[in-house]
Design a binder for this molecule. Structure first.
Ligand code: SGN
Ligand code: CA
Length: 520
């Protein structure tokens, strides 16, 4: 029998149909992101705070997906982490090396690539890259750091709109509203990015007191003396003791930010307090007022030793921090429910991550920036039905340079050769052959919190750090010293490790085309 030739029209229809099927098959990507959420404050990561971390919904993503146990950032600070996520490149390549830089929006980003390949795209919440978002069909972002209470949002038309409510809730409302109104003929890419739990750790009013009856465990290194490591550590300005805005031995400063919500705001307001409505202030005062009075009475009566005061500040910090996490987790719950209720759960990749880690009292600190574990680690939890085995816990070293190529592969797009990260899809499928065994780190800011510029390499067991300012090296053995209390750089027993790591450090700097150290 002779086959009749296929008419060009049928061919066109056939291909158009394949194209549609491909588009329909491409998964949605829901990127749930927060600011300064340390892995320790997520139950699914385990650790000392796991029993009290208020994260049932984030844990649900972990139970139904994968928790990357060894996930890190390239530069532990807000804007640079976000720029790295968008570009899949280290800070020196995408040009956003420090907060306050202006993101070059003319460069390639994963949002642009997804958008031009047929995704509908949006970013809502904290952005912090200065230039306006590009590559998004819709955006509504907080100006700069944004506020917790009654936040302003920048609109695409250039307006700035103040919305009454709590930032985490408002961001979620806007994310759900966009999902409701999106073009459903296309797969979506939504970045829902919270301000919380960033400083000043201000909870939703409904969560005031949520941790009052909870015992807060103290990190072993709360009273670190910074010995046995670079002298630059002791010069830090990020101690709960000396740098949280209420200093026990100084007069309360007029420019108080509100870190520990002291003194009672009836004396004068903090920036967040000043944004509240009279009704909101009433609730706030009813909660903090009496508690502050009782602490200040003990303080003035001389009942508190120096360490008691630090411990009190630490506990108050943690209670507020965890309360802000509680609202983030509720937001995650709302987003997951939206997917469930709308038949979207099966074909949507859900990621929970945060721009870097954070110190929760380790080394006596709050804030981030350092290559030490607490701030270097970055949560990365991913659910992808049909692809990721529920409850898996990959151990490979991953970094935020890997997110963009992962999204590209998920969307069946080619990864440009200039992208420095690698797609995590093979790892998700259980194939880790030729995976990397070291990570490069670079921190470039000068000054804030007095954290020096530093650079380094981490393997599964060791970490080498270099401080150009003092031309010093520190080496840590994470197996014998997981809290990084003592550099073994000059220990003869580590000579071979030191040599191997130094060579690896230089190899990575070359591979990533790292710039010379700045002259200072
Ligand atoms: C603010 C904070 C700092 C914090 C930076 C960077 N002070 O300046 O403590 O390190 O942001 O944070 S605050 O009193 O204004 O909160 S980042 O997440 O944006 O990088
Ligand atoms: Ca941050």
């Amino acid at each position: 029998m002779k086959l009749s030739p296929i008419s060009p029209l049928i061919l066109i229809l056939l291909f158009a149909n394949v194209g549609n099927t491909l588009a329909a098959e491409r998964p949605n990507i829901l990127f749930l992101f927060s600011d300064d959420h340390a892995v320790k404050a997520i139950s699914a990561y385990g650790g000392a705070l796991a029993p009290i971390a208020p994260t049932p919904n984030i844990d649900r993503i972990a139970n139904e997906g994968a928790v990357f146990r060894n996930s890190f950032c390239a530069n532990s600070i807000c804007g640079p982490s976000r720029a790295t996520i968008l570009t899949g490149k280290h800070s020196h390549v995408n040009g956003f090396m420090r907060n306050g830089n202006n993101f070059d929006a003319t460069q390639w980003t994963v949002a642009k690539a997804l958008q031009s390949s047929g995704y509908t795209t949006a970013v809502i919440g904290k952005w912090h890259l200065n230039s306006n978002p590009v590559g998004f069909d819709h955006w509504e972002v907080l100006p700069g750091q944004g506020n917790y209470y009654n936040p302003d949002f920048l609109q695409m038309n250039g307006d700035r709109k103040r919305i009454e409510g709590y930032a985490t809730d408002v961001t979620t409302d806007k994310a759900v509203a966009w999902l409701e109104s999106r073009d459903t003929s296309k797969p979506f890419f939504l970045m829902c990015q919270h301000k919380a739990p960033h400083r000043t750790f201000s909870p939703a009013l409904r969560h005031l007191g949520a941790f009052d009856d909870v015992e807060i465990p103290e990190p072993d290194s709360l009273f670190d003396d910074y010995s046995k490591r670079s002298d630059l550590l002791a010069k830090n300005e990020m101690e709960i003791d000396r740098h949280f805005d209420w200093a026990y031995d100084a007069k309360v400063r007029k420019d108080e930010r509100g870190d520990v919500k002291l003194p009672a705001p009836d004396r004068y307001g903090t920036p967040e307090y000043n944004r509240m409505t009279p009704m909101q202030r009433k609730e706030w005062d009813a909660y903090f007022g009496p508690r502050n009075q009782s602490f200040l009475a003990d303080f003035k009566a001389g009942k508190l030793e120096h360490h008691d005061i630090v411990r009190w500040k630490y506990r108050r910090y943690m209670r507020n921090y965890l309360s802000t996490v509680k609202a983030v987790d509720e937001s995650v719950g709302r987003m997951l429910k939206y997917l469930d209720d709308n038949g979207l759960a099966e074909n949507t990749i859900v990621i929970y991550s945060s721009d870097q880690g954070f110190f929760l009292g380790e080394h006596g600190w709050y804030d981030k920036r350092w290559m030490f574990e607490e701030s270097f680690r970055m949560p990365f939890i991913i659910r992808w039905p049909g692809m990721v085995k529920a409850g898996s816990k990959p151990e490979e070293l991953i970094q935020n340079i890997d997110y963009a190529p992962t999204f590209l592969e998920a969307a069946k797009l080619k990864i440009p050769s200039a992208v420095q990260g690698r797609s995590l899809v093979p790892l998700l499928k259980g194939n880790n052959s030729n995976w990397r065994d070291s990570l490069y780190y670079a921190y470039y800011e000068l000054g804030e919190h007095a954290v020096p510029q530093h650079f380094g390499v981490r393997t599964d067991r060791h970490k080498l750090m270099y401080f150009p300012q003092s031309d010093e090296w520190n080496l840590f053995d994470l197996q014998t010293d997981p809290q990084e209390m003592q550099s073994v750089h000059s220990d003869p027993a580590y000579e071979r490790t030191r040599e191997a790591l130094t060579a690896e450090y230089h190899r990575l700097r070359e591979k990533y085309d790292a710039p010379e150290y700045e002259k200072r």
